[in-house]
Design a protein around this ligand. Structure first.
Ligand code: SF4
Length: 351
């Protein structure tokens, strides 16, 4: 694609005003490669973030409560066939205690995350959810993969507020290749169910997957817009040694930031984290994301011994844990004039 020097400025102006972008226009923004235009893209996204969701940065405390998974995604260190992974499951009391610690540290949301682990049955998850609701004022986000509609309904009835289910890639062939036995169609059906059940719904994709094109990334943006995601997580692909994709090239941090900025311009008032994966690939980019459209920070509260084993990608278990990370970010946000958000910080404003 060729761009005249003025075309990106016109396009960025229209994007910032909320114009509906075509696939070609999204692709053009993702393909920006001169420093001046890329900086302009980040600044536009940052202004839209300020106008649509404000200056506050909201904290979501993550508990990775099980690293068992029945799936075999080719990029993931938790995949079923990774015999090197040392597996763990937390008991219900441990999860509840961590949720209380998350509230004590000033987070308004707990994210309960695991591999697809049916050991946590519908009934057991409902008990965990309702006990957290009884003992804290936290909003609850679930990130436990694909489940039947009735499970999603039961979790919602028990008090779950939000659900993260990344679509990973909008290219159906690539999805099928990366997630054996799964289809993009089924993943999208789950996302539609979650919307129907009135969850705030999170989607997201990886950037830099082997075989992924810039056009695929533009399609990710279109799918996120079409399904009306409330939260969007964008992270780089990072190859894991114990997976079939070992030795592949990692995603590019610059492309992650451009995706994040474009998604902010397209989706306006959504919640967009600066992801842990981006920080593992490049610490500076994790910070830069907060100047390119991000408004959410997700500190990990998983105890160190378990966190080290929740290695979806290498280096993930080594990220600074909650207290240290919150202190670092508090300083960084303070310097930027961005206050820590109070309360759950959902897209849907509560009275
Ligand atoms: S990406 Fe999720 S579903 Fe796939 S193997 Fe990893 S934990 Fe399991």
């Amino acid at each position: 694609m060729t761009c005249t020097s003025s075309a990106p400025d016109d396009l960025l102006f229209r994007a910032e005003q909320g114009g509906c972008l075509s696939r070609e226009e999204i692709l053009e923004l993702l393909s920006l490669n001169d420093a001046e235009h890329v900086e302009h893209l980040y600044r536009s996204a940052d202004r839209v973030r300020a106008a649509c969701v404000g200056e506050e940065v909201f904290l979501r405390g993550i508990i990775e409560f099980s690293n068992h998974c029945m799936n075999n995604c080719r990029y993931c260190g938790l995949r079923r066939d990774n015999r090197q992974a040392v597996r763990y499951r937390m008991d219900d009391d441990e999860i509840l205690d961590l949720a209380e610690a998350i509230e004590d540290r000033g987070c308004g949301t707990v994210v309960l995350q695991s591999g697809e682990d049916l050991h946590y049955t519908r009934e057991r998850m409902c008990a965990i959810i309702s006990n957290i609701k009884a003992r804290t004022g936290l909003a609850i986000t679930l990130s436990i993969g694909q489940r039947p509609f009735d499970d999603y309904r039961a979790f919602r009835d028990a008090g779950a507020d939000r659900y993260l289910l990344r679509h990973e890639t909008a290219n159906p062939e690539l999805f099928a290749e990366l997630c054996p036995g799964r289809s993009l169609e089924d993943r999208i059906q789950c996302l539609r169910w979650l919307k129907e059940l009135d969850y705030e719904v999170g989607m997201g994709c990886m950037v830099g997957l082997p075989g992924q094109t810039a056009e695929d990334l533009a399609d990710d943006v279109l799918l996120i817009r079409e399904l009306g995601a409330d939260m969007i997580g964008i992270g780089p692909f990072i190859p894991h040694e114990e997976t079939p994709l070992k030795g592949s090239k990692a995603g590019d941090a610059g492309m992650v930031l451009r995706m994040l900025a474009v998604i902010r311009l397209v989706t306006r008032d959504t919640n967009i984290p600066s992801t842990t994966a981006l920080g593992v690939l490049d610490g500076d980019s994790r910070m830069k994301a907060f100047k390119a459209g991000a408004n959410v920070f997700m500190p990990v509260f998983t105890p160190q011994d378990c966190a080290k084993r929740y290695e979806i990608y290498p280096g993930k278990g080594d990220v600074k844990k909650a207290d240290g990370a919150i202190n670092d970010f508090r300083e960084f946000f303070g310097a930027m004039g961005r206050p820590m958000g109070k309360g759950p910080g959902g897209r849907r404003k509560r009275p």
